[in-house]
Design a protein. Sequence first.
Length: 295
Amino acid sequence: MRRDWWIYLFLLPTIVGYGLYTVYPLVASWWYSFLDWPGFAQRGTFIGLENYERLISDELFWNAFTNSFIFLLIGLPLRVGLGLVLAYLLSRKAVKFRTGFRTLFFLPVVTTGAIIGMVYTLVLDSTGPVNRILTGVGILDQPIDFLGDPDTSLFAAIGVWVWKWVGITMIYWLAALQTIPQELYEAAQLDGANAWQEFRRITLPMLVPFLIIITLIDAVAAFNVFDLIQTMTAGGPTFSSEVIEIFIYRTAFETTVPQLGYASAAAVLFGLAAAVIAVVQGLGAAAARKRMVRS
């Protein structure tokens, strides 16, 4: 370190930025969660665990908490599964224009979530193109405001989220597929295996460790949907699509009297829940690796 001290000068901007905008807010949110602090005063009042006690009996918090996990339980399998199917199809040499299709599916990933949310408020409106198509072919008798109906708003948001991010999951799977030795497929073809048998007997078993890692990455992403939900529904109607990020934002900034301490407590509780999921999936990944080594 004494000899190469100058290297750390180049790292200093990143270290300072990470400390100011990631580490400090994380630590500060834990402290704020013990305060009654509306944000107007320079300092809040220490109230211990009262914010957490309020959260336990807050129906809107549990509604947002439940919506977040519904988002995860529905959106995650769709994104991971669809990404795998697309990656497998677009890795086959028999598929023409593979590069073009990969680019097409990846384009939504590089598009800002807020812009996509604003566009889909028009696309999924009762007078939008989706309703026109569905009523035109006779699937619907009358138009549905997908984002304005409490019964469909959350599920419509899940569909848009999957459409936006399935491209990056497809890239993960494409990278994983490239680790499978081609000799295995050649040997299977010599034995007379068809495409389905190759997929079931070779591809899926070899992808198990990657499945756990990709699922973990996408699970974390499923909790970070603020921009998409905020621009499409803002958590409405009647809190039907409010996820925990929207609850925190609304509690901290959109109420008449901001409740920064209360919002911080909600963030801490949900962060702990997300951490538990990450630990469980991490243990699953470790077990899968050991199984692969033994086999």
